[in-house]
Design a protein around this ligand. Sequence first.
Ligand code: ARG
Length: 458
Amino acid sequence: MKLWGGRFKEAENVLVNDFNSSIRFDQRMYKEDITGSLAHVKMLGKQGIIPKESAEKIAEGLSEILVRIENGAIEIDETAEDIHSFTEGILTYYIGEEGKKLHTGRSRNDQVTLDLRMYLKTAIQELIQNILELETVLYDKAAENIKTIMPGYTHMQKAQPITLSHHLLAYAEMFKRDIGRLKDSYKRTDEMPLGAGALATSTYPIDREFVAKELGFSKITLNSLDSVSDRDYVIETLSAISMIMMHLSRFSEEIILWCTNEFNFVELSDEYSTGSSIMPQKKNPDVAELIRGKTGRVYGDLTTILTVMKGIPLAYNKDMQEDKECIFDALDTVNLALKTFSGMIKTMKVNSDNMKKGAKGGFTNATDVADYLVKKGESFRNAHEISGKIVLYCIDHDMYIEDMSLDTFKTFSNLFAEDIYEAIDLVTCVKERKVIGGPSPDSVSNELNELKKFIEEN
Ligand code: ARG
């Protein structure tokens, strides 16, 4: 059934019908479509725009259709134009002529954006829950590893000792911001567009505030042209999702490195690894690699919607039907990525001895040698120079700084004394970095408490 046959003499070309149809992907909004229609029809009845009895009959029909779609008694017709045409068509099929009154004072243009906003409001909340689950996994892993020393890197070169806990909590911060961005985009998604009609509202005495309240929206949109042509909320959500994927991808890249024989910092559980069809010894981090790969795909989704929107004059144009596949794909991808990533981190074994060994190499305590001298009265620039010379000496003699004798230390500066060994011990290097935000167990414990509070409050 077409919603617009009157003006046409001939039927649509089959290929065009297929090309034009969005039901393959918009059918996932069936619940929002019906719930939206229920609020609309209730308003029509209340305002006397259609007879109360008609409104009641339509509402009953719609509720029944929802139940039947849900229990599989009604199958969605993939040849229908879209989910909106389908539900209206099936309603009329069920209840007869009254069904044809449902679309009074409404257009698919305001209906489709209403449905999408409703769908995204739920989806954003679910996505936030999935991020919070990952935050909980990170919290637990970080709490277990407050004293697990590992090398921190800059330029992928060993830099200063940190702890695994500190490293994991860096990601926890990123995901906290991701939740903030989602909540922000939720605010603008939470605006009710119905009543905008095709583009210029209608002449019926509709009550938009009532519909907004019925559907749990906190406000209504203010300009009808904007209402039907705004997809900023899709772009904002998709851009927040892209950022989540970027964070997951960076994290995945580190996990992939940490699993290598060269690093050997962690071992993924069998459950979250895969093997090779030819090389019997292989245990591959496919989950992490796929997340890294799928990040590219989600960026593609964001690029799609940005590009679709950039040349569209006001108000609704069919181009905008392209808004759904990209946001749905991004949502499916990010949710699956978050769930698998959480499981992978939760079941991952930490090789703390190797991490510590890693931190011991690469002269990660060279800054602490300089800082020691500064605390004894040397200027930082001179201290840096002296420490650099010590590193050079150790490279030439193939040794760690802490294995140098005190006499050798003294050949570089008279300020060195017995307490240098304690000062450049990796445990001390970490413990003394107790500035807020630092790697010391004290600082990290505070950060953990903040994270716990965040998880509880969200
Ligand atoms: N399937 C359309 C979409 O997803 C619904 C709106 C169609 N409106 C129209 N006037 N053709 O955007």
